[in-house]
Design a protein around this ligand. Sequence first.
Ligand code: ADP
Ligand code: MG
Length: 244
Amino acid sequence: MNGGIEPAVRLDGVGKVYGTGASAVTALRDVSYSFARGSFTGVMGQSGSGKTTLLQCAAGLTQPTSGSVSVGGADLTGLTEAELSTMRRERAGFVFQAFNLLPALTARENIELPLRLAGRRADPGWVAELVKRTGIADHVHRRPHELSGGQQQRVAICRALVARPEVVFADEPTGNLDTRSGQEILALLRLVVDALRQTVIMVTHDPAAASHADRVLFLSDGQAVNVVEDPTTETIVAGLGTRR
Ligand code: ADP
Ligand code: MG
């Protein structure tokens, strides 16, 4: 499908080995997968199956040991760290398990930081909509230590979306949230895909969260083993059951 249109992110035969010799750990084995532009993909699999490693390779945060990754049609292989950093700043937004908020900055300053680093100005209307949709509008003048874990997570999500990046990489973005806050975040990720044609790649262990995606990619022992299209909680649970 979409013949001729470059996927947002493409992995070709990606392998990743951490360490060497007897202590070497193979985290990814020959993974080939294209994340279509304007799609929302869930990535699932047991703990240790390589989900975070896949996300980091796809985002240019970690160099694969073998194979290649391209983002927006540009091959990342052989780019310098400075070039990778520019690519991430211009094209990517991140939500990680650790929020990485800067403690000295307010929530609003944290949200606007990626744009400031890129020498751009935040769109006040978009910032206002993000903080409203994530339910932190009343807390934007607080610093991270004055916010709950769930609120910090929502600040991190606003920060990932503020620059309207082509690709949003999210590792367990709802992991620290109660069900209702989690639903709001998932609806927001859905919105940026549907309304802004951004691409979302979301690692999660929660079938209900993954059911908001267009498709779910299953990893097992570092390999891509299955894809479920138009997932429901039921088809995802079934997919998890047949992962081996
Ligand atoms: P997941 O996110 O699915 O839990 P990871 O991608 O974090 O899986 O890890 C895949 C495998 O690679 C695991 O066996 C893990 O222990 C190993 N691993 C991950 N990161 C490192 C690292 N920096 N150094 C060594 N081994 C690692
Ligand atoms: Mg992980």
